[in-house]
Design a protein around this ligand. Structure first.
Ligand code: C2E
Ligand code: MG
Ligand code: MG
Length: 592
C-alpha cells in the first residue's frame, strides 16, 4: 500500500479542485559548502520572487533537515561528496521526494548524461549561471515534477468513474484519521455495495453494468460535500470518507440521504431498473483507530446490512444499531397499521373569527397503537416520511377524509371547508395528481371547499414538479393553504407565483401574542400582508379568549385551536357540528 502523505494531500487537492495542481511558493534546499554561497544565490534571485532558498552543507545535516521538512526542490553542488556522487544523488532524491538539480563546473556531456540518467532533474554550470537561468531551471524542474505527479495521480483515479482508486483512498483515509487525531474530531467511513451486481451484469451485459456504476457514483457525489472523499474500492463497491462526521452532521443523516438518492429508479438502455444497495458505517475513533480497523468494521457492518432487503444500512456500533432497529420496527409497525386499519382521522374545527361559526375542519391523522395507545403524528410522521410510507398513508388519510366528507354532505353539511395535510415527500410520488384525482372522484364529493395544507419546504423542494402538481390539482377544483406560516423561509415573491389561497399562521406566533409585542406586530403584519395578496388567513393554536380577541381586532379570517375544540374522532365531530347548527354563532369553546 502506498502511504506517501504528500501524494495523498495532492490527491485531495486534485479531487477537491478537479483541476491542475497549483504551484505555490517553491521551497528550495541548497546543498553547498559555504553559507556565503547561499547569500550569493539568494542575491541572484528576484527579492520578491516566490522561490525561497534554504541552506545546508553536510550529509547528516541534509538527512536531518529532510526528515523535518519537505522541500519542493533540492540544488546540490556536485563537489560536495564528489567521491560518491551517484549514491548521494540517489539518497538525496529518495529522502527529498523532490527533483534534484546538480550544480557543477564540468561541461563534459558524459558527466551530465550520467547524472541525469541517475535521476538528476537538470545540470547547471556554476560559472555560466545567470539569475534568469537559475530561476528558469528551478521553475521548470518544479513544473515537470508537478506534471509527473499529476499524471501519476490521474492514473490512480478510477478510469470509469473518475474518483479515487483503492490506493489513493487508503492514503486519504489514513490522512483523515491523522488530521482527526490532531483536531480531536471524528471520521466516518461508509461502505456502499450494490446488491446482486453480478446478476445485473449477467442480465444486461457488462457495458450496462458499467453505466450503472457511473450513475451510482453520480448519485453518491450529489449527496457529498466537495471535501468528502469518494472511492471505488471494488467492482460494485464504493467507500466514502466523511471528515467531521458526528460534529458537523450525523452519519445517520447522510445515510438517509443516500437511501433517498438510491431509491429513484435507474434508466438503463431504455429500461427502468430498481437497484438496491447495502451500506456499512463505522467511525473513528469509537469503532477503529486505524484505517485498517475502520475499513474492516465498515465492511462487516455492510455484510450485516446485506441481510436486509431494500436499500439498507448498518452501523458497526451496536448502540446505534439498536436505535436503528427501533426505527425500523416503528416503520414495520406503521406499515402494518396502514394495512390493518389502525389509523384514524381526527377533525379539528375552524371557525370564522367574526361570527364564531364553524366553517370547516382540518383532518389530522392518529394511530391507535396496540401497545402505546393513541399516538399523535409527532411520534410517527417523520418515520413515515423517511421510509416513504407517507405516500400510502397520505392516500389512506385522503380516502378516509373524502368518505367522511361525503357522509357530512349527505347529512346536509354542504359548505364545509375541509383541509388535509400533504407532506413534501408525497410529491416524490410521480402519480400524485392522478391518484388524488381518482380518490376524490370515487368519493363523489363537492370539491369546492377541499383544501390541501402544504409547508414551505414542500414547495421549495422540487419547485418545478411541485408547481406542475399544484396547477393540475387546482384544475380539479382543489385549493391550497400554506401551513405553519412564518416558520420557514417565506419568500413572498415565491408565494405569489404559487396557487395558494390561504395562509395558516403557525401556533408558535399565536402562543406568544399575550406577552410579546414583537409577536403582536408580526402577526398583524402577516395578516395584512396575506390580505394584500388576496389570501385568507387562519390562525392556528388559539387557546385563549385574549388571542381570539386580538385576531378579531386585526381582521384575521379564521381560527383553529383548543379554545374552540381539540381534534376529535369523526362521530364526535358530527355531534359538534350538529350542536353548532342548533346554536349558530355560539362558540363551543372548550366543550369537547
Ligand atoms: P399542523 O398541520 O400544523 O396541525 C396542527 C397541529 O396543531 C395539530 O397537531 C393540532 O392538534 C395542534 N393544535 C391545534 N390546536 C392547538 C392548540 O390550541 N394548541 C396546541 N398546542 N396545539 C394545537 P397534530 O394533530 O399532533 O399534528 C401535528 C402535525 O402533524 C400537523 O401539524 C401536520 O403537519 C402533521 N400531520 C397531521 N396529520 C397529518 C396527515 O394526515 N398527513 C401529513 N402529511 N401530516 C399530518
Ligand atoms: Mg396542517
Ligand atoms: Mg400547522
Amino acid at each position: 500500500m502506498q502511504r506517501d502523505p504528500e501524494l495523498a494531500e495532492k490527491s485531495r487537492q486534485l479531487v477537491m479542485t478537479n483541476g491542475p495542481l497549483v504551484a505555490g511558493p517553491h521551497s528550495v534546499l541548497l546543498v553547498v559548502r559555504e553559507h556565503t554561497e547561499l547569500l550569493w544565490y539568494r542575491a541572484m534571485l528576484d527579492p520578491v520572487s516566490d522561490i525561497r532558498l534554504y541552506w545546508c552543507n553536510s550529509l547528516p545535516m541534509v538527512m536531518d533537515v529532510l526528515r523535518r521538512k519537505h522541500y519542493d526542490l533540492v540544488i546540490w553542488e556536485e563537489h560536495l561528496f564528489e567521491e560518491s556522487q551517484e549514491s548521494f544523488l540517489r539518497i538525496l532524491s529518495q529522502h527529498a521526494q523532490a527533483p534534484v538539480i546538480v550544480l557543477g563546473s564540468q561541461s563534459d556531456e558524459q558527466t551530465v548524461r550520467r547524472l541525469i540518467l541517475k535521476g538528476a532533474a537538470d545540470y547547471l554550470e556554476k560559472f555560466d549561471l545567470s539569475p534568469r537561468r537559475l530561476e528558469r531551471a528551478i521553475r521548470r524542474a518544479r513544473y515537470r515534477a508537478l506534471a509527473q505527479r499529476e499524471s501519476h495521480l490521474r492514473e490512480q483515479m478510477d478510469a470509469l468513474t473518475g474518483i479515487l482508486d483503492r490506493t489513493l483512498f487508503y492514503d486519504r483515509l489514513h490522512q483523515a484519521i491523522l488530521r482527526a487525531k490532531r483536531a480531536g474530531k471524528s471520521v466516518g467511513l461508509i461502505f456502499i455495495n450494490v446488491d446482486n451486481f453480478r446478476g445485473i451484469n449477467q442480465r444486461f451485459g457488462y457495458r450496462a453494468g458499467d453505466m450503472l456504476i457511473k450513475m451510482l457514483a453520480g448519485r453518491i457525489r450529489q449527496v457529498l460535500r466537495q471535501s468528502d472523499g469518494l472511492a471505488r474500492v471494488g467492482g460494485d463497491e464504493f467507500a466514502v470518507i466523511l471528515e467531521g462526521a458526528g460534529q458537523d452532521y450525523s452519519l445517520a443523516q447522510i445515510t438517509d440521504k443516500f437511501v433517498e438518492a438510491f431509491a429513484k429508479p435507474y434508466q438503463l438502455k431504455q429500461r427502468t431498473l430498481e437497484i438496491t444497495v447495502s451500506m456499512g458505517v463505522a467511525s473513528y475513533p469509537e469503532e477503529g483507530s486505524t484505517a485498517d480497523a475502520l475499513l474492516q468494521h465498515a465492511n462487516q457492518a455492510m455484510f450485516d446490512a446485506k441481510k436486509e432487503t431494500g436499500n439498507s444500512y448498518r452501523f458497526f456500533d451496536s448502540r446505534r444499531n439498536q436505535e436503528l432497529r427501533h426505527r425500523l420496527q416503528l416503520e414495520a409497525d406503521l406499515r402494518q397499521a396502514i394495512r390493518g386499519n389502525m389509523l384514524e382521522v381526527y377533525y379539528q374545527p375552524k371557525v370564522d373569527v367574526e361570527t364564531n361559526e364553524v366553517i370547516g375542519m382540518e383532518a389530522l391523522v392518529r394511530w391507535n397503537h396496540p401497545e402505546f395507545g393513541l399516538l399523535t403524528p409527532h411520534a410517527f410522521i417523520s418515520a413515515a416520511e423517511r421510509s416513504s410510507l407517507i405516500v400510502p398513508m397520505g392516500y389512506w388519510v385522503l380516502e378516509s377524509t373524502c368518505k367522511h366528507l361525503a357522509e357530512l354532505q349527505a347529512r346536509g353539511f354542504l359548505n364545509l371547508q375541509c383541509s388535509v395535510n400533504l407532506s413534501f415527500r408525497q410529491f416524490h410520488d410521480k402519480r400524485l395528481t392522478e391518484t388524488v384525482f381518482r380518490i376524490i372522484y370515487a368519493a363523489n364529493i363537492d370539491t369546492t371547499g377541499f383544501e390541501f395544507e402544504l409547508t414551505e419546504s414542500s414547495m421549495m423542494h422540487d419547485q418545478e414538479y411541485t408547481l406542475k402538481c399544484l396547477k393540475e390539482l387546482t384544475h380539479l377544483g382543489l385549493n391550497f393553504a400554506l401551513d405553519d406560516f412564518g416558520t420557514g423561509y417565506s419568500s413572498f415573491s415565491n408565494l405569489r407565483s404559487l396557487p395558494i389561497s390561504t395562509v395558516k399562521i403557525d401556533k408558535s406566533f399565536v402562543e406568544k401574542l399575550s406577552d410579546s409585542r414583537e409577536d403582536q406586530t408580526l402577526v398583524a403584519g402577516m395578516i395584512s400582508l396575506a390580505h394584500n395578496l388576496n389570501m385568507a388567513v387562519v390562525a392556528e393554536g388559539v387557546e385563549t379568549p385574549d388571542q381570539l380577541e386580538f385576531l378579531q381586532r386585526h381582521r384575521c379570517d379564521f381560527a383553529q385551536g383548543y379554545l374552540i375544540a381539540k381534534p376529535m374522532p369523526f362521530e364526535d365531530f358530527c355531534r359538534f357540528l350538529e350542536q353548532s347548527v342548533l346554536q349558530p354563532g355560539v362558540p363551543n369553546f372548550g366543550r369537547i
